[in-house]
Design a protein around this ligand. Structure first.
Ligand SMILES: O=C(O)CCC(=O)C(=O)O
Ligand SMILES: [Fe+2]
Length: 355
């Protein structure tokens, strides 16, 4: 711990009981000696136990079969999720959406996010009723172990937009964080093996003995890891290590349009790299809460959906402001009006802009 960090000690220590995950940015969470004494494993185990407990509270929301799949594999694939007519309506609404978008080029991949906030949701009524309906939300709640309103976006991934850039950081196996958490993709177009399918290591969401021993080892030096993702608490793992942990073979989810994939992304996963330019359009959802809470409900933002949307815009505003102050470069920015399928316009210069 550096001397200038001492006055913040209480704040750093309080973060032990939050979803904070960065070993690098928090000298308590990243402390080698505390992690030798078991701090990381303590958080990991307690968060896992609370997650199981919350999932048990939500068990009646979904079928026994779906529960078994999520409990066993850490992910679930729902092919033909919507009836064809509803899906057609939803797809037309989403592909026709023309609105302000955020984009980031990470490695050789451009990702576009269009927030499905109150304003955009108002333009897509069929989509809205699906995304606010029980079939979608109950699966998401169980997988994420919280009954919370997820963040919703249209996500378009354009692969290989830059020729000589390093690969996208997401194309290496990693775990997003140390506790149960959920991401979901409802694909609007077929995802063939070349359009960077989501790949998941079945069963890798389970905090078993081998996994915990591996994490304990990694936690000792994660704060100074050369892998930025590991230092930030999204532990990266090599294919050899995965084999040593005796996981099943990774499943690459090249699936048809109208497939819903929901995953606990504390399990190991990646975006399969793609050799050529391809695009992947989905409705993307994620949700993350304090992993130490013993109860699954109690989300006051469910009663105030508009507030939920503002929260995200406020976060982006702050993120852009910090960037404008010169503390961070590259990354996410508003790029003006786009549809989900507008081809990428590669103007890499400049900071965040509106309109
Ligand atoms: O988009 C994907 O296939 C996975 C990317 C990823 O790792 C994530 O969203 O956490
Ligand atoms: Fe991830």
């Amino acid at each position: 711990m550096k001397p200038y960090q001492w006055p913040m000690l209480v704040v750093y220590a309080a973060a032990i009981f939050s979803k904070s995950k960065s070993f690098r940015d928090n000298p308590v969470i990243g402390s080698t000696s505390l992690n030798k004494m078991g701090l990381h494993l303590f958080r990991r185990r307690l968060a896992w136990r609370m997650g199981i407990r919350r999932r048990a509270q939500l068990a009646s929301l979904i079928t026994a079969e779906d529960r078994a799949a999520i409990d066993r594999d850490g992910y679930i694939v729902k092919r033909d999720f919507l009836d064809p007519e509803t899906f057609e309506k939803l797809r037309n609404e989403i592909l026709g959406l023309q609105t302000e978008a955020r984009e980031a080029v990470i490695g050789d991949t451009l990702t576009r996010l269009i927030p499905l906030d109150g304003r955009n949701m108002g333009k897509v009524p069929a989509t809205r009723s699906v995304l606010e309906g029980p079939a979608f939300n109950n699966l998401l709640a169980y997988a994420g172990s919280f009954r919370r309103r997820p963040r919703l976006f249209v996500q378009t991934v354009f692969t290989r937009v830059l020729k000589d850039a390093p690969p996208d950081v997401q194309s290496f196996f990693h775990s997003d964080t140390f506790h149960p958490t959920v991401k979901a993709w409802l694909y609007l177009e077929d995802v063939d093996p070349a359009s960077c399918p989501f790949t998941y290591v079945p069963g890798s969401h389970i905090a078993n003995r081998r996994r915990l021993a591996w994490e304990r080892r990694v936690s000792l030096h994660a704060a100074t890891s050369r892998e930025p993702l590991t230092a930030e608490g999204s532990l990266r793992i090599t294919e050899q290590e995965l084999a040593r942990l005796r996981y099943r073979v990774p499943e690459s989810l090249a699936v048809g349009a109208n497939t819903l994939v929901i995953a606990d992304t504390s399990g190991f996963h990646k975006r399969s790299p793609s050799a050529d330019q391809a695009r992947r359009i989905s409705i993307w959802a994620y949700s993350r809460s304090n992993p130490f809470l013993p109860w699954a409900g109690g989300d006051f933002t469910r009663a105030f959906p508009r507030l939920h949307g503002w929260g995200l815009h406020l976060f982006w505003f702050a993120q852009d402001l910090v960037k404008r102050m010169g503390k961070a470069r590259g990354g996410w920015r508003w790029v003006g009006v786009r549809t989900p399928a507008t081809p990428p316009a590669l103007d890499t210069g400049g900071g965040p802009r509106r309109g």
